[in-house]
Design a protein around this ligand. Sequence first.
Ligand SMILES: [Zn+2]
Length: 100
Amino acid sequence: MTTSETAKPCECSGYSLLVLVHENTEGDKVWQQTTTDCTATTKRTFAPGHDAKLKSLLIQARAGGHQVRRTTGTTVVDRDAARVAADLGWEDLTGAAPST
Ligand SMILES: [Zn+2]
């Protein structure tokens, strides 16, 4: 068995949940960011059990109608939770709640 594969940050650590706290009179939006608090590394996509961590974050985002932010390197993308879940192949997650 080789150990040539290097561990990389767990996929779930790249996602965070954005909750709009308030928008002030100057139009500035203040967000509260929730992450999975993940510092694990893995040779697979997720550290063991961390797909469940990310799923629960997405379910929380979807239930509240919040945005999900994905950070990869220097790129940051804010997306709808349903689209993030679909991208990950978790359409069943989005199908659980009614969509408009
Ligand atoms: Zn993780």
